[in-house]
Design a protein around this ligand. Structure first.
Ligand code: MG
Length: 270
């Protein structure tokens, strides 16, 4: 099997428009990936329940990464892409929630002001994200981490992060939420998949990764080519990389622009 590239992409604010969650502006590049048989690995802070229908609508059967790298889903060998084997990296959510409760109840933690998914109703989440009821329900089906809205000062956030670290927990800043998790990031999961493809194909290939936020950095650092997608709500995150492209278009517009440029350039020089 010949494999020239694998593309690993964040969803919110990257392939999906930050405000509308639409990806139609990226259709040309999506078609090009398909015609060149380039795998498209969706790598998101979203849950598997949220990613599966998006992946189906995109008509792709490639592996995907859920909840910020907490789990990699690989299609089972003997099925049509609907059954998956799961490789887990993250601590389970019940344990994380119990640590957060402990922190909230402690003397040093009881003044911090934040709201987690577990404190929100479905309509709270719909309001915070703009998701419809069905999608918000799927977003609630988290298995590994807890996304928070931080409603306190930067100084308290630093203190909170130090306390989390003592419990073995980390935070990752996504487009909308501060994600509390343990033992995982997108980079670890992508690294696992790089080896998976290497074993499967036995050929070297280039990894193109696309993202817009801090929680994409570990994934972008591992890629041969990193694409930073312009966000309508914040500046590009800091990334040290030899081969980085910063898009001029937002979200899926930038996604389309970057992949067409990279893939057509390569084809033109062959
Ligand atoms: Mg994003």
């Amino acid at each position: 099997m010949k494999l020239e590239y694998i593309v690993v992409s964040d969803l919110d604010g990257t392939l999906l428009d930050h405000h509308t969650y639409a990806w139609n502006a990226a259709q040309q590049a999506l078609d090009l990936l398909k015609s060149r048989h380039i795998p498209l690995i969706l790598c998101s802070s979203k849950t598997a329940a949220e990613i599966l229908p998006i992946r189906k609508a995109l008509d792709i059967q490639d592996p995907f990464i859920a909840e910020n790298g907490a789990a990699v889903y690989v299609p089972a060998a003997d099925t049509d892409g609907n059954k998956h084997e799961r490789v887990e990296f993250g601590m389970n959510r019940a344990d994380i929630l119990s640590i957060l409760q402990t922190i909230k109840g402690s003397d040093e933690g009881n003044t911090f002001s934040f709201t987690g998914f577990s404190d929100m109703t479905l309509s709270d989440l719909m309001e915070a994200t703009g998701l419809d009821e069905e999608s918000a329900g799927k977003a609630m089906q988290r298995e590994y981490g807890e996304p928070l809205q931080w409603q306190d000062t930067e100084e308290h956030l630093t203190q909170f992060q130090q306390i989390l670290n003592r419990f073995g927990l980390d935070t990752l800043q996504g487009g909308r939420f501060l994600h509390v998790s343990a033992g995982c990031d997108k980079g670890k999961a992508v690294n696992w998949l790089k080896n998976y493809y290497l074993e499967k194909t036995g050929v070297s290939y280039q990894v193109i990764a696309l993202g817009d936020s801090e929680n994409d950095i570990s994934m972008l650092e591992l890629a041969d080519i990193a694409v930073l997608i312009k966000s309508p709500v914040k500046a590009f995150p800091v990334l040290n990389h030899e081969h980085v492209l910063r898009t001029t278009g937002y979200g899926p517009v930038g996604w389309n622009e970057a992949l067409l440029e990279l893939l057509n350039k390569k084809q033109g020089t062959q």
